[in-house]
Design a protein around this ligand. Structure first.
Ligand SMILES: Nc1ncnc2c1ncn2[C@@H]1O[C@H](COP(=O)(O)OP(=O)(O)OP(=O)(O)O)[C@@H](O)[C@H]1O
Ligand SMILES: [Mg+2]
Length: 348
């Protein structure tokens, strides 16, 4: 899908995409963890681009299929729901490859459509297995299923789904992997013990999706400028927006929106007390806060009130992975954004 305004450059989110494509290339599965509105879906849009895949995978891109599994599309959180979405998404993606186009079209007519007329969970699973097996072995493709917005599904899907996903991967070892985008760390969503074999496949490979660095934030701002026909004029406005937001895309977007009413150069735009009183900014902070686990919320509030000198090592690690805490120097840390810091301080 083309953007209004400039496309992201191939450098966008390089620090995340480089390890991610390394995993995809070596058919290793992984989790990507990013808090609410941290740009996960945006990153996924980007990595689905052909030129991006070409850039990271080189020649292999022609023989690699990234299959987007958007959980907003699932019909129900059940075995049927996941296998049907898997099969549909696989055939849709395959249909875009010249080499697989005919196979995908025939399979949609011969397998998928009759299956949708008479839903049958076992058939959906077997068709999915057979289709994957065919594309891997006969056509020699590598497949990576990429799950977005997966938190609720990860909590609720029956354990059997994860056992089957593991078995499908084992049957196509070296050719199939899973990439799972989550807001929260997997063990906070579901006890590893009830889906051990799937969990262990991904849990060693964990990539954090933190706030944007200055370069990525500038790309985002340029895009917002073009989309809203509102162009930043003063040289330090971008840096100020980056600094107060801490690079969180949702906050950056909310702050940019204020420029409609508040002229650049107005000192309010760097006054965190004023900013936090603006509804869209407060709303972004609320969304970010609510995307966290209860334990993280508690730890962060304790942290900003100086009630803890040390967070538990697990908590500390999790907050660093999400980029919500940033190292100040070797021993001290701060909340990534002055606005979010103040939001936490003001919570009742
Ligand atoms: N580079 C960008 N350019 C323009 N808009 C952006 C950019 N990055 C993020 N956004 C906007 O910021 C918001 C949050 O991004 P996104 O939806 O990708 O986050 P998310 O991590 O998927 O959120 P959630 O946890 O709710 O699924 C969206 O409205 C998105 O369009
Ligand atoms: Mg999303």
């Amino acid at each position: 899908m083309l953007e209004i305004g400039p496309q992201h450059t191939l450098n966008y989110r390089h620090d995340i995409l480089s390890p991610l494509f390394d995993y995809i290339q070596s058919t290793e599965s992984c989790f990507l963890i990013g808090a609410g509105s941290m740009g996960k879906t945006r990153l996924l849009d980007h990595l689905m681009r052909q030129d991006v895949q070409q850039n990271y995978l080189g020649e292999q891109a022609n023989k690699t299929l990234l299959i987007r599994m958007d959980m907003n599309r699932i019909s129900e959180l059940s075995e049927w729901g996941i296998y049907e979405l898997g099969l549909t998404s696989l055939l849709q993606t395959g249909g875009l490859q010249p080499e697989l186009e005919k196979f995908a079209k025939d399979s949609i007519n011969d397998l998928l459509k009759p299956l949708l007329d008479r839903p049958d969970t076992l058939k959906a699973l077997r068709y999915l297995e057979l289709t994957i097996g065919g594309i891997c072995r006969q056509n020699n493709f590598k497949l990576c299923f990429v799950f977005d917005e997966f938190d609720e599904a990860y909590r609720q899907l029956p354990a059997k789904v994860f056992a089957h996903l593991r078995a499908i991967r084992d049957a196509n070892k070296n050719q199939l992997s899973y990439t799972v985008f989550l807001r929260n760390l997997p063990h906070c969503l579901r006890p590893p013990a009830d889906h051990e074999s799937f969990y262990e496949l991904l849990s060693r490979n964990l990539i954090g999706i933190g706030p944007y660095n200055l370069t990525d934030a500038n790309e985002m701002l340029r895009q917002l400028e073009a989309r809203r026909s509102l162009f930043i004029q003063l040289p330090n406005t971008r840096e100020n927006l980056f600094r107060v937001s801490g690079g969180h895309p949702g906050l950056l977007q909310a702050l940019f929106g204020l420029l409609k009413e508040t002229p650049e150069g107005d000192p309010h735009l760097v006054n965190t007390n004023w900013l936090i009183g603006q509804e869209p900014v407060k709303e972004e902070c609320r969304k970010l806060f609510e995307s966290l686990t209860n334990e993280e919320r508690q730890s962060l509030t304790d942290f900003v009130h100086g009630r803890v000198t040390m967070l538990s090592p697990d908590m500390h690690k999790g907050l660093l992975i999400k980029g919500l805490l940033k190292p100040e120097d070797q021993t001290t840390f701060r909340v990534f954004s002055p606005i979010f810091n103040l939001y936490l301080q003001k919570l009742p």
